[in-house]
Design a binder for this molecule. Structure first.
Ligand SMILES: Cc1cc2nc3c(=O)[nH]c(=O)nc-3n(C[C@H](O)[C@H](O)[C@H](O)COP(=O)(O)OP(=O)(O)OC[C@H]3O[C@@H](n4cnc5c(N)ncnc54)[C@H](O)[C@@H]3O)c2cc1C
Length: 394
């Protein structure tokens, strides 16, 4: 996995702004490629920032769903998105092989897509056909799989697609593990410092400036600030102006009996349910375009819980559902990330990961590092540079 240290990359000073899943992976791959990296993060880490509210990565479900995400594809979705997600899955596999330590933050839950109506069935079958074409390990059943209890899942299931290779990240431990890897790779962490502006001289990004007038100098700057970047950064990089925030909330319930627990991540068109390490079920999520608050939303939670009950009609729970987390996703116009140069020379973005920043984090790190360090770019990667929109807008 490690990129060769070239004379071009050795000593190149790079600032990465934002230590969410995307920024951490970008910093890690840049450092492995030989750059001298400083990761600037507005919030703290671990106990110093118990909620890390602003980072969507800290408030996500953590599903690595390269195939099942195609359930939600719409007419705007980037035409190569499915291929990017499959490549994202392969990048996670490589990362886990290179750093077995990360295994403790990932669980092999697999995913089970359930169709309850003809419309759902058409969607799930489309995912099945795509996954088959991509050579994914999968299992299709007309109706509920035999090994599942029909009293829990209902016999009304019209079709089910099992994707055993899909995984689940425990987002908090994984953020810590990635941070540790960055430190080991030589990344300098600058915590609780918000980059207010890009410093530009002679038409080139030269670093970042902070509110107190101080600054940090670099040869290149990578912006991965998620959905909530300050205006001074948004002005500098046109790609950041294309992002739309979309709040999502997650709920949590405890199954009342072992027979009500789930072992796989369950997905329908309207809800997903993931098994947490202690046995609770995490379920989500709303998609509230334009909202940037973190309020626990009782009405949204209730609605999601109703959908969960439809997916698991036989389940009994200990007590009412609880609010688990709220995060703000950085949505791009085609729900696919923007990775590459944007704004003045030397300024790059890794942004707009929409619903899939965890899935696409390691691949993004790899692509971004190749761009900044002047290494070869695969055709698939080139399709996700920000200029796909910037050219249209010009
Ligand atoms: C409810 C919900 C469920 C989700 N489920 C999944 C899922 O199952 N699987 C999946 O792959 N994805 C999921 N996502 C999407 C995923 O969380 C995002 O795509 C991903 O977190 C984006 O990562 P990021 O690093 O770009 O941004 P963020 O995680 O938001 O991180 C950005 C960081 O930048 C920092 N920052 C911002 N501005 C500055 C500045 N000026 N100076 C310094 N630091 C700054 C912020 O403090 C923050 O820590 C989910 C999202 C939500 C909300």
């Amino acid at each position: 996995m490690s990129s060769p240290i070239t004379s071009k990359s050795a000593g190149l000073r790079v600032i990465v702004v934002g230590a969410g899943a995307v920024g951490l992976c970008a910093a890690l791959f840049l450092a492995k490629g030989g750059a001298s990296v400083t990761l600037v993060e507005a919030q703290g880490r671990g106990v110093r920032a118990p909620e890390r509210r602003r980072a969507a990565s800290a408030n996500a479900a953590g599903m690595l769903g390269p195939y099942s995400e195609a359930l939600y594809e719409g007419s705007n979705t980037h035409r190569l998105f499915f291929r990017l997600c499959a490549a994202g899955h392969a990048a996670w596999e490589r990362l886990l092989l290179s750093y077995p330590l990360l295994e403790s933050g990932v669980r092999d839950t697999g995913a089970l897509l359930l169709a309850h109506s003809d419309a759902d069935l058409a969607r799930v079958m489309r995912v099945r056909d795509r996954a088959r074409q991509a050579g994914a390990v999968m299992e299709w059943t007309d109706g509920l799989p035999d090994d599942l209890d029909p009293r829990l899942y209902s016999l009304r299931v019209a079709g089910a697609l099992r994707l055993p290779d899909e995984r689940l990240v425990d987002v908090w431990p994984m953020l810590e593990l990635l941070t540790e890897l960055c430190i080991e790779a030589g990344v300098s962490l600058l915590l609780e410092r918000e980059a207010a502006r890009l410093a530009v001289r002679g038409g080139r990004a030269r670093g970042v400036a902070f509110e107190d007038g101080s600054g940090l100098v670099a040869d290149a700057v990578v912006l991965s600030p998620g959905a909530l970047a300050p205006p001074g950064l948004v002005e500098a990089a046109p790609a950041l102006r294309l992002l739309t925030p979309a709040k999502g909330i997650l709920g949590r319930v405890r199954p009342a009996a072992p027979g009500c627990a789930i072992e796989e991540t369950i997905r329908t068109l309207s809800v997903y349910a993931a098994p947490l390490a202690g046995g609770d079920i995490l379920f989500g999520s709303t998609m509230e375009t334009g909202r940037i608050d973190f309020d626990p939303d009782e009405a949204g939670l209730k609605q999601l819980f109703q959908q969960l009950r439809r997916a698991l009609p036989g389940a009994r729970f200990e007590g009412p559902p609880r609010f688990h987390a709220a995060g703000v996703r950085p949505m791009s116009p085609d729900w696919a990330p923007m990775i590459g140069p944007s704004g003045p020379d030397g300024c790059y973005v890794a942004c707009g990961h929409s619903r899939n920043g965890w899935l696409l984090g390691p691949l993004t790190g790899q692509i971004l590092a190749a761009q900044v360090l002047g290494e070869p770019i695969e055709d698939l990667w080139a399709a996700f540079t920000p200029d796909r929109f910037e050219k249209k807008a010009a």
